[in-house]
Write a protein that binds this ligand. Sequence first.
Ligand code: ADP
Ligand code: MG
Length: 226
Amino acid sequence: MIRTRGLAYAYASGGAALRFPDVDLPQGGTLLLRGRSGTGKSTWLSLIAGLRGAGGGDLFAAGVQIGTQRGAEIDAWRARHIGFLPQKLHLSSALSVADNLALVYFAAGLPRDDAAITQALARVGVAELAQRKPHQLSGGQAQRVALARAVLLSPTLLLADEPTASLDDEAAADALALLQGTAVACGASLVIATHDQRVVRALPDAQVLDLNEIGPQRMLDKREQL
Ligand code: ADP
Ligand code: MG
């Protein structure tokens, strides 16, 4: 579940100031976050995940009002409720695939569960890669590993940032089907940030938040109040 009202964010150091359209996404729903490069898709995802504090407005996600908890609380909430498939996958190169997934338990303050790690890797079709290092994976395999990591704790929200950006048509269709199937299996709401028209065509029933429509009147001057 996501509900935003008047959500805004201003980067410090002379960066962009962004004000986002309101969103109501029911639990289990799919949202396409569309927009050209630089319109604020990654920023919006980071606000939803509580990785940045909003500059203004109200934000409810996965049962909490973001911004009302302390750092340790929001970290625990994120580890438990947010599955994030970032554009740069951030797999630790020194660790095996299985150990990369085990970091999720460390972040959540939970004991390592190797059976669940194996199950998560199997769910996305890469169980046999558990002992490999990230540099021994293809791009598509690495993305599957990152997806397994994202859904290891059955998150409430699954956020994917440009998941098809570097994929050919067939791999992109596979990745989208896998994302959708995984979200359904977890009962998670799914948000896909993309400027890829193939994604828009592949998900005709998804709710759409189009940041292209923000237009210049919403790209605030830094001096204005958010
Ligand atoms: P998108 O994901 O849609 O490409 P982003 O959310 O990455 O857009 O960026 C939105 C705007 O914020 C852009 O104008 C970008 O240049 C700016 N921006 C992003 N990250 C930073 C940052 N760390 N500092 C300053 N400005 C930033
Ligand atoms: Mg981005």
